[in-house]
Design a protein around this ligand. Structure first.
Ligand code: HEC
Length: 244
């Protein structure tokens, strides 16, 4: 941890030397942040990245006063489970009351709960939890397979690489993170519907069978991925929660 701080110190020194215009944290730290009442998430939660990798989007949190107005210049700190790196780990909110940090998750696959905090007028820490997901090798494979074979029906959004077919389907499939629908389905039933198609679970034949295309290991990888990104979380024995 100390090594990280030294490293971050060096990095920020480097940025300052390089003429970066980022405001040093000390400016705001000295001002009493009056009116700090709540921290809200602006964006960057619920992302999934490879374990040890950086999240694509930064995490942005906003400090509000008791009227719900943004508080500029409030000092925000953020911490997470072992191995999580923040750039920067602490700093003042900008003119729109927001603090932005880039996040790299630790090497362990699992869910990472990050805690952002700021002190209110009487020195009490106001906290906000943000959850992120670190994908292990198997889940990364599952994500690739999902993009290749499943997303065109299961994801309503089109991307430059693939057009969503969702709107054309008479029976609507669910996004793989829809835990309320997918969590109650057992691993064995997930295996059956992916292997043999919708009719295996008395569902629509619009869900095709993948048993000829994918190996058992690949279907397992898909199931691991589906379980890992589920929202609300899939809580099964053996689900790994990264410890603070
Ligand atoms: C051609 C469109 C299409 C593709 C491609 C497709 N599915 Fe489906 N899938 C469906 C439809 C439609 C349903 C809903 C069936 C029902 O509820 O009767 C479904 C249902 C499911 C379900 C049950 C949960 C739910 O969403 O209702 C799972 C699990 C599932 N699919 C997994 C997969 C996986 C894994 C892949 C890729 C390997 C895949 N599907 C590819 C159309 C598709």
């Amino acid at each position: 941890m100390r090594d990280l701080r030294i490293l971050t110190g060096f990095l920020s020194l480097g940025l300052v030397l390089a003429g970066c215009t980022r405001t040093p944290a000390s400016n705001a730290a000295s001002k009493p942040a009056r009116g700090v009442s709540a921290l809200v998430e602006v964006s960057g939660g619920k992302q999934a990245a490879a374990a040890g990798g950086m999240l694509l989007q930064p995490v942005i949190v906003q400090v509000n006063d008791d009227q719900g107005s943004a508080v500029p210049g409030a000092l925000v700190s953020i911490r997470g489970p072992r191995g999580t790196i923040f750039d920067p780990p602490t700093g003042p909110t900008d003119s729109s009351g927001q603090f932005t940090t880039n996040v790299s998750l630790g090497e362990m696959a699992g869910r990472y709960q990050l805690t952002a905090s700021a002190l209110n007028a009487v020195g009490k820490a106001i906290e906000l939890k943000v959850e992120e997901i670190a994908l292990g090798y198997e889940e990364i494979l599952g994500r690739e397979l999902s993009e290749k074979y499943c997303a065109r029906c299961h994801d309503q959004e089109s991307t430059p690489e693939r057009l969503s077919n969702y709107d054309n389907l008479a029976v609507k499939p669910h996004a793989f993170n829809e835990g309320d629908t997918l969590n109650p389905i057992s691993d064995a039933d997930l295996m059956a519907i992916i292997d043999h198609g919708g009719p295996a679970l008395n569902r629509s034949p619009l869900m095709p069978p993948y048993g000829y295309t994918l190996s058992k290991a690949e279907i397992h990888a898909l199931i691991s991925y589906i379980r890992m990104i589920s929202d609300p979380p899939y809580r099964a024995p053996g689900t790994f929660y990264a410890q603070p």
